[in-house]
Design a binder for this molecule. Structure first.
Ligand SMILES: N[C@@H](CCC(=O)N[C@@H](CS)C(=O)NCC(=O)O)C(=O)O
Length: 207
């Protein structure tokens, strides 16, 4: 298998974390988004959305990080990351869809305005966009905060794909200046993810 990724992207880090957690053999190839490498014709043949992560497994090409994570679990003999129990699996799916549709898209506004523009475009953040992102962030962070009360993980008693999917956006909380002040459960839970060997080993190189 080969995974096209960009180390700074939360969308690809969570896939790399799952690869490490499951100890799966997979070649990693970095696609440098800051140089526009995702627009190369050969890459566009794999993913016409020009996005990482993208997985190639023989003649099978898969894009969308959450779909890739679920597929990788089918490569492991059994993993509690993605239980085979229908309700537990539905619960994990729920949080993965929620990340893709709501929480992640709120975080992405701040990542774009405060990180991508500053480091890759040498441009200023649009404060109106930041305000809209923050409002959206609070709407969904409140849901996450309430759910995490009395829990160490999003679903059940162990780490699942749900934690990697939602948690991946917290890695950029400081850099992207998410408005984290009202929340205590979210950083407590993210602290559990930060201690996972697979999360540590999937971190982008410093500097
Ligand atoms: N929904 C997609 C989002 C992937 C995504 O947004 N990738 C960004 C990097 S974080 C990308 O490749 N952007 C390059 C571009 O849009 O040209 C997933 O979960 O895989």
């Amino acid at each position: 298998m080969k995974l096209y990724h960009f180390p700074l992207s939360p969308n690809s880090r969570r896939v790399v974390a799952v690869l490490h957690h499951l100890r799966l053999d997979c070649e990693l190839e970095a696609v440098d988004l800051s140089k526009g490498e995702q627009m190369q014709p050969d890459f566009l043949k794999l993913n016409p959305n020009h996005m990482i992560p993208t997985l190639v497994d023989g003649d099978f090409v898969l894009w969308e990080s959450n779909a890739i994570m679920q597929y990788l679990c089918s490569k492991a003999p059994y993993t509690s990351l993605y239980s085979t129990d229908a309700r537990v699996q539905a619960d994990i799916n729920r949080w993965q869809f929620w990340q893709a549709a709501h929480f992640g898209s709120a975080c992405s506004v701040m990542i774009f305005e405060k990180v991508v523009k500053k480091f890759f475009m040498q441009a200023e953040a649009d404060l109106q966009e930041v305000a809209k992102g923050e409002e959206r962030f609070h709407r969904f962070a409140q849901v996450l905060e309430q759910h995490l009360k009395g829990r160490d993980w999003l679903v059940g008693n162990d780490v699942t794909l749900a934690d990697f999917s939602v948690g991946s956006f917290l890695a950029l909380a400081e850099l992207a200046e998410y408005p984290m002040a009202p929340y205590s459960e979210i950083p407590r839970w993210y602290g559990n993810i930060e201690q996972l060997p697979a999360w540590i080993s999937s971190a982008p190189p410093a500097g």
